[in-house]
Design a protein around this ligand. Structure first.
Ligand code: ATP
Ligand code: MG
Length: 262
């Protein structure tokens, strides 16, 4: 049974500085199974830096990380992957000249008993995973560069979940997509949610995440302004958190909350 009580991720009091700049300042954030948490904030707020600490790209100066309730030390991307953490960046790391199946298994190919590539096994697995994510996808034999942005995104997501991602980080996943493809990514996210995968959805645009997110966490100047269930706040209130650092009644303030200050 799906354990929805223990957080998949708890990042507590995380800080990191680059030179003299505190890019992330005592930030705390958590994520439960089957939950979409929208991480919002202006350019330079510290969103990407915070999640890069979770994905092992940066090492924190202070704070703790728990995965499934246990303290862990994540020192590199390999550690993160071992905990089921996969990241999909805006610049999709897909190989343009090969097809979807080859992309899914790039660097982790299935081989036969005699050590040759098992193309049949890889194609069949690719069809299974892609079929679950995007049932209309038929273009298995085409190089990925021929696919639409939304289809490329589903290849990148399939690659992540194929290797048992439980925690998916999507940094500005729809920034380069049109409205139809953005809707398609929304459908993918709902599918992943129903599989119990937890998703951090990062954006500087409230409209990208509000309808998909169960909760939002807003950052400003490296600090968490506050967090809220999306059902407890309006888009305008979240905009107020992003722009002014002002926390509405339906939200829980963080260290970066500006309420009461002029
Ligand atoms: N490797 C680095 N070296 C020096 N400074 C950095 C580095 N990475 C991030 N920063 C600084 O840390 C701060 C937070 O940046 P970050 O990229 O996390 O913001 P963001 O919220 O993701 O913004 P955006 O919406 O533009 O992606 C910024 O001031 C940025 O210049
Ligand atoms: Mg960023």
């Amino acid at each position: 049974m799906l354990d929805t009580k223990t957080p998949l991720v708890e990042m507590n009091d995380i800080s990191i500085s680059f030179g003299g700049i505190r890019a992330v300042d005592r930030a705390s954030i958590d994520l439960f199974p089957g939950e979409v948490v929208g991480l919002l904030g202006h350019n330079g707020a510290g969103k990407s830096t915070l999640i890069k600490i979770l994905s092992g790209a940066y090492k924190r100066d202070a704070g703790s990380i728990r995965i499934n309730g246990e303290d862990v030390s994540i020192n590199n991307p390999r550690d993160a992957k071992a905990y089921g953490i996969e990241t999909i960046y805006q610049q999709l790391a897909v190989a343009d000249n090969v097809d979807a199946a080859a992309n899914l298994f790039l660097g982790r190919e299935i081989t036969t008993a005699i050590g040759t590539l098992d193309d049949a096994a890889m194609e069949s697995k690719a069809r299974e995973v892609m079929g679950r994510l995007n049932p209309n996808f038929r273009r298995f034999k085409e190089p990925v560069k021929a696919l639409s942005g939304g289809q490329r995104q589903s290849v990148a997501i399939a690659r992540a979940i194929l290797f048992n991602a439980r925690i998916l980080i999507m940094d500005e996943p729809t920034a380069a997509l049109g409205p139809q493809e953005t809707a398609q990514v929304g459908e993918l996210i709902k599918q992943l949610k129903s599989d119990g995968i937890g998703i951090f959805l990062i954006s500087h645009d409230i409209h990208d995440v509000f309808d998909l997110a169960d909760r939002v966490v807003v950052m400003k100047n490296g600090q968490v302004v506050g967090s809220a269930r999306t059902e407890d706040v309006t888009k305008d209130e979240v905009l107020g958190m992003i722009i002014l650092g002002k926390v509405p009644p339906g939200a829980t303030p963080g260290p970066g909350a500006q309420n009461g200050l002029v």
